[in-house]
Design a protein around this ligand. Structure first.
Ligand code: ATP
Ligand code: MG
Length: 454
């Protein structure tokens, strides 16, 4: 039972040496990370590992943000809005109080990972009151559109109380998009089509059909939340049952000091139930340290940023060797990787590998099967184009500033002042004045569009 990753590379030995690099399935007992700059071969590596896992009879659940994993003959693709819907406000059991608490926690995770700030105590209270009020009266699962309406009622009822209008407005403006248009087909539902099928063979959640990063994050959080709950009900076991692949993981498991989201909870708590995580990302420094530190297998393709290289090497080689590995990581070709699987037969050393065997060729060269994307009711103007081009982490900063009433200090963001200035210069959407960050006029326009405030 092993995973064959590719050919081991040694100096002066060509790729097609018969030195196949493989590692036992046990390596997934403690999670895996795949890093590398854009285009270095991360997703291809993830696909090859996925192929190998399936060959070994392990079930795999993939969160596919760009629609590139649909290259396998087996398995099912869950296309949001086309037979695949979720009910974000559903809970298990009959206890309304703990059920509502689990929904509040789901929203808290979503807000934290997407907007860099959790629900405020007031927002959590409003959510709790509205949800409890509903579930004590009705047994049917509440829809997001109903939640938005009820928060609006609370907002107008307490319009004279300081802070309530803004707190409720931020909730409404973030949830409103999920209750309208294309997104309503996925999220505004009282039926949840997720079940144990997730633990059977290959399941790909095709997030690429969703128009916004927020929707992709929300759906990932919801599905992971369900997996976490289902996983905890399994019998503890040493057998690997499910591997969850999260591509572009910095979006859903970002590095926020002292924060434990649902993916971290899966990484920390579900190992003993046979559930493992593969996080894939371009920037290890942007990914949750809790996840990297709990990973036993690290596959790093080429990296360019010194910060990223040092962080990855910290987990791959001992301190004395780090300097000598910096040029190795910088000069890896596409598809080549440095792999640390902590294998005694290699003296626990990091190994250079050319990922892919001849048997994997069909996985490497396969084109994803096309899935019809819905255009929806989105008005595609200049501003939408700009919104699409802004990277997710910059959008998150925009949200945070917009939702903080523009009263934000540099220190409250997990990003350096130098980086903020670089963003200010590149995108002209924020200004850094001393310790304060404010939105430019252009930035406010974009933030309003992103928050869907009319
Ligand atoms: N192991 C490999 N063997 C051969 N070609 C590869 C290999 N890995 C990647 N490639 C080539 O490089 C291209 C980019 O790879 P891939 O999409 O996996 O990169 P990525 O790091 O996921 O990029 P992105 O950051 O854009 O998601 C692939 O289309 C493929 O042609
Ligand atoms: Mg990729």
């Amino acid at each position: 039972m092993s995973v064959r990753l590719g050919f081991r590379l040694r100096d002066n030995v060509p790729y097609f040496s018969s030195d196949v690099f493989c590692f036992p399935l046990d390596c997934f007992g403690r999670h895996a990370c795949v890093f590398g700059r854009t285009g270095s071969g991360k997703s291809t590596t993830a696909k090859i590992v996925l192929y190998e896992l399936l060959r070994n009879g392990v079930s795999v659940l993939v969160f596919d943000r760009v629609g590139e994993f649909n290259v396998f003959d087996c398995g099912r693709v869950l296309v949001p809005g086309e037979g695949f819907r979720v009910a974000p406000l559903a809970f298990e059991g009959d206890d309304v109080v703990s059920g509502v608490e689990s929904i509040v926690s789901l929203f808290n995770n979503f807000f934290f990972t997407t907007y860099f700030c959790p629900l405020s105590p007031l927002q959590a209270r409003v959510l709790r009151d509205v949800l409890e009020g509903y579930y004590y009266r009705f047994s049917e699962i509440m829809k997001v559109s109903r939640l938005v309406e009820e928060i609006k009622v609370v907002q107008s009822r307490y319009s004279r109380v300081k802070g309530w209008v803004e707190g409720c407005e931020a909730l409404v403006s973030r949830l409103y998009p999920f209750s309208k248009g294309v997104l309503a087909k996925v999220f505004d539902s009282s039926e949840d089509s997720l079940d144990r099928v997730l633990f059977d063979g290959l399941t790909i959640v095709d997030l690429s059909v969703l128009p916004t990063d927020e929707a992709k994050n929300f759906l990932t959080n919801i599905v992971c939340d369900r997996v976490y709950r289902l996983g905890k009900r399994l019998e503890p076991s040493n057998r690997l049952k499910l591997v969850i692949v999260v591509d572009e993981a910095h979006n859903v498991a970002p590095y926020i000091p002292n924060y434990i989201g649902v993916l971290e909870k899966i990484a920390i708590e579900l190992r003993k139930y046979g559930i493992s995580l593969i996080t894939v990302s371009t920037r290890p420094t942007l990914v949750s340290k809790n996840i990297i530190a709990n990973s036993n297998l690290i596959i790093s393709h080429s990296l360019t940023s010194n910060e990223d290289i040092r962080l990855v090497l910290n987990y791959m080689v001992n301190e004395l060797e780090q300097e000598s590995f910096i040029p190795v990581l910088r000069t890896l070709n596409v598809g080549e990787a440095l792999v640390q699987a902590n294998l005694p037969e290699y003296g626990c050393r990091a190994i250079k590998v050319k990922v892919g065997l001849p048997e994997h060729e069909h996985v490497i060269s396969a084109r994803p099967r096309y899935i019809q994307k819905e255009e929806g009711e989105k008005v595609y103007d200049e501003l939408s184009k700009v919104c699409d081009q802004i990277p997710a982490y910059v959008k998150r900063i925009l949200y945070t500033i917009a939702c903080s009433g523009e009263n934000l200090t540099v220190k409250s963001l997990p990003i350096s002042k130098r980086k903020l200035k670089e963003i200010a210069y590149t995108y002209n959407i924020i200004e850094v004045r001393g310790d304060k960050i404010i939105l430019t006029e252009y930035g406010s326009k974009i933030a309003r569009r992103l928050l869907a405030i009319k």
